[in-house]
Design a protein around this ligand. Structure first.
Ligand code: BG6
Length: 471
């Protein structure tokens, strides 16, 4: 391969998830999921209609075809396929995803499919209390078996659980259905169950669809030390171990990092490791690593005698309202004076994606794919298109950094923008838009849901066409 170019078979793509884009909540036999509750927030749209991909998929995939996308990353909604989470399979749900796959095939677009993107069927939450109960792992494996059997002939890249790291660190997304305190106490148990569910899905995939690839999806956030003071370097390492390496080591090597387990002592219950668990985790060898990248962090040392401070998210998109966490004896997070931030205070850092790619690839030596990368903005459509030059700038710089990582030897097989069409953000409604394609609705009103390609859509189309030659 000429290392100064993107590989010829590079998977240029874009991404959505089921609960954030589909809508059609109770259509076609789908039943409720925890996401249908976690997205109900005062002043914001919920996921009942969102971008209505469920009814617009043909039109949307035609736009993907015109874009020249080589891949499309989406998720299969568990409550659409097995509405109660276990037991009866819903033929209409199966049919819907076959129709989506038919459309993708028409345009020669390879599907990359996430098996769990936050939409736990509500019945399982009510019956078992959610992921903290091992019974949910069995139900998930049965769901995966159905997906592999039904779609394994057509889908050759599967991803297991979306961002177990972000879920464990910050909760939400229905994990705290029974209350924030319960989640805070059981988060390592839940994460252990995610890891077991992942491992069993990997093994099942290798057994049932041996020509497919399967792997985890991490939401990696690189951490820089605030200065070259060695204490700041240790602080950055502390939080990076807690939010990044801990999960990669567990999901990819079946190992618990002792320093992170020590950090959690007294803060929450330890993982409920049973006989055979660690062997199972170690036996499940992933074929690829999917990475979602948005931003980087900065940390400095925090003396023991300081007071702890919880992270406070910037929910409303009012720049400067983010509250940086402080963990005495471990780290204090702080803003990066070298970087610009979005309205939601997410640092814009193209070099960070290169740091991440080198770190992950050279530690695990597996093909990597970027399954999410994008920038959010408040946007309005006034007649023609949306002039999102900032998004073009963001993707151009991040793709250029990816290209450098490829030149440095990283086996990066693809890149998906987050998102393809505007959709419901995980915490901030519909007004926090990431799409290459504008969807005409607001948090308050559904409007006509018209699809309008933004300027970034045309830029990405040209970039795909020339194989990233201008990057
Ligand atoms: C990732 C998730 O963590 O971040 C997506 O996989 C999510 O589901 C994306 O939408 C952006 O986060 P947010 O909160 O801006 O929607």
């Amino acid at each position: 391969m000429n290392k100064t170019e993107f590989p010829k078979d590079f998977l240029w793509g874009t991404s959505i998830s089921a609960y954030q884009a589909e809508g059609g909540l109770l259509d076609g036999g789908r039943k409720e999921s925890v996401a249908d509750y976690s997205t109900r927030k005062e002043g914001y749209a919920d996921n009942s209609v969102t971008s209505d991909f469920y009814h617009h998929y043909k039109e949307d995939i035609a736009l993907l075809g015109e874009l020249g996308a080589k891949t499309f990353r989406f998720s299969l909604a568990w409550p659409r396929i097995i509405p109660d989470g276990e037991g009866e399979i819903n033929p209409e749900g199966i049919r819907f995803y076959h129709q989506v796959l038919d459309e993708l095939e028409k345009y020669g677009i390879e599907p990359i499919v996430t098996l769990f993107h936050y939409d736990l069927p509500l019945t399982l939450q009510k019956k078992y209390g959610g992921w903290k109960n091992r019974a949910v792992i069995d139900a998930f494996v049965d769901f995966v078996r159905v997906c592999l059997t039904e779609f394994g002939g057509r889908i050759k890249k599967f991803l297991t659980i979306n961002e177990p790291d972000i879920l464990t660190m910050y909760g939400g997304h229905g994990l705290d259905f029974a209350g924030k305190e319960e989640f805070a106490e059981t988060k390592l148990i839940i994460n252990h169950h995610f890891a077991l569910a992942h491992a069993r899905a990997v093994r099942l995939c290798h057994e049932l669809v041996p020509d497919a690839m399967i792997g985890p999806v991490f939401g990696y956030v690189p951490v820089y030390p605030a200065t070259c003071d060695p204490e700041d370097v240790i602080a950055a390492k502390n939080i990076s171990d807690i939010q990044n390496s801990f999960f990669q080591e567990l999901f990819l090597n079946g190992i618990y990092m002792e320093n992170v387990l020590q950090f959690y002592e007294g803060r929450c219950l330890p993982p409920d490791i049973e006989a055979g668990d660690m062997e199972l985790l170690q036996s499940a060898k992933s074929d690829l690593i999917a990475l979602n990248y948005y931003k980087s962090d900065v940390a400095k040392a925090c003396p023991e005698e300081e007071e702890e401070r919880e992270m406070g998210g910037n929910i409303g998109g009012k720049k400067g309202t983010f509250v940086y966490a402080k963990m005495p004896g471990y780290y204090e997070m702080c803003p990066n004076p070298m970087l610009r931030r979005t309205d939601w205070d997410w640092e814009i850092d193209a070099a960070g994606i290169r740091c991440m790619l080198r770190d992950v690839y050279y530690r695990y030596r597996l093909p990597v794919i970027i399954t999410e990368n994008g920038v959010a903005a408040f946007e309005h459509y006034e007649g023609e298109t949306v002039e999102d030059d900032y998004r073009i700038d963001y993707h151009r710089k991040h793709l250029a950094a990816c290209k450098k990582a490829i030149m440095e030897g990283v086996d990066l097989i693809g890149y998906c923008t987050w998102t393809f069409i505007d959709l419901l953000s995980t915490g901030h409604g519909f007004c926090k838009r990431y799409g290459l394609v504008y969807v005409n609705r607001t948090d308050e009103e559904e409007l006509d849901l018209k699809r309008v390609p933004k300027k970034s859509y045309y830029w990405y189309r040209d970039t795909i066409k020339n194989g990233g030659a201008d990057l």
